[in-house]
Design a protein around this ligand. Structure first.
Ligand SMILES: Nc1ncnc2c1ncn2[C@@H]1O[C@H](COP(=O)(O)OP(=O)(O)OP(=O)(O)O)[C@@H](O)[C@H]1O
Length: 315
């Protein structure tokens, strides 16, 4: 594993489309994923996430458009295992074979030494368990083994399908820290798919959100959160609103005795209230309800059932 960030390898999709019969599973999708960041690839079940990842990995061919890693199609990458690693499903392990042997077989077919296998098992936290039969693994252990398999070739890009599935809270914390380390400290491009924004909210820097095969939002997590705002509750909201506006802050009423103030600076709001002689009964940062936002984005009428067959819509 490298210590220093390396020159980044990003991902891009351009007009990416995949149809299965009459179904447009991925529909003219264009997005960019940057190196050195963890990107959440998000959308409800059936949105087309796995299909997109499979096209990036050259497992299925796009109907039209391109899925590129470092500007190249997977098929044109010389040593793909050193460029892109993946864990698409945590189920593809032979149940009778130990996790360690599974990785050794995989490593051997790619000329990777056994020492790398042991290093990775240590890194993903299952050095002892890796000697047991993979069939006896918990979902969380299979996730870690899948991650180790994806990292075997020391790839610059890592594509993970629902990596937090089946992990306990401690496992989720570990995964979060590990993925952030791979991106921030080592400069890798990390993509995690999920059907829940809340599941990856604390892990990802950027998001690409799709619904029914097409892009509904692309940007940073900060952009998704929007401008910071504060809620302040007082006795005479209109008197406090006047004082806040005089101090240069934008204010909106929030219920009968509360105000929403466009700032992230709680102390400034408290100071204005004190100077205006208004008691403060409540003062807190307002957080964007990301799950609500996610549902609004993905369930908007223009995205729903657009590509579905009539019989599926009725179901
Ligand atoms: N090989 C296939 N043949 C026919 N339809 C397919 C095929 N693969 C995927 N689909 C359909 O394409 C759509 C997108 O599926 P996909 O698995 O990419 O979604 P997803 O976002 O990964 O969903 P999930 O979160 O449930 O895994 C779904 O309607 C699915 O049924």
């Amino acid at each position: 594993m490298t210590d220093a960030p390396r020159e980044g390898t990003g991902i891009s999709a351009r007009g990416l489309t995949k149809t299965f019969g009459p179904l447009r599973a991925v529909d003219n999708l264009t997005f960019e994923v940057r190196p050195g960041r963890v990107t959440g690839f998000l959308g409800p079940n059936g949105a087309g996430k796995t299909t997109t990842l499979r096209m990036l990995l050259g497992l299925i061919r796009p109907t039209s458009g391109e899925a590129l890693i470092g500007g190249r199609r997977y098929a044109d990458i010389d040593r793909p295992m050193q460029v892109v690693g993946s864990a698409l499903e945590a189920t593809g392990f032979h149940p009778g074979r130990s996790g360690r042997d599974h990785l050794r077989v995989l490593a051997a077919t790619h000329g990777i030494p056994d020492s790398r296998v042991d290093e990775l098992l240590e890194l993903v936290g299952i050095p002892a368990a890796a000697r047991k039969r993979a069939g006896a693994y918990s979902m969380g252990m299979r996730q870690r083994l899948g991650l180790a398999a994806g990292l075997l070739g020391d790839p610059q890009v890592l594509l993970l399908d629902e990596p937090a599935n089946g992990l306990d809270p401690e496992g989720i914390r570990w995964m979060r820290g590990f993925l952030r380390h791979l991106a921030q400290d080592e400069g890798r491009t990390v993509v995690v798919s999920s059907h829940l924004l809340s599941e990856v909210e604390q892990t990802v820097d950027d998001v690409v959100i799709i619904a029914n095969g097409h892009l509904v939002r692309e940007g940073t997590m900060d952009e998704l959160h929007g401008d910071p705002a504060v809620l302040v509750r007082t006795r005479d909201a209109s008197a406090l609103a006047d004082a806040l506006v005089r101090s240069g802050l934008a204010v909106q009423p929030e219920g009968p005795a509360a105000l929403r103030v466009q700032t992230g600076d709680l102390a400034r709001v408290g100071d204005v209230a004190l100077a205006a002689g208004q008691p403060v009964y409540e003062l807190r940062a307002l957080r964007t309800d990301l799950e609500r936002l996610f549902l609004d984005l993905t369930e908007a009428p223009e995205h729903s059932n657009r590509n579905r067959l009539p019989e599926e819509i009725d179901r």
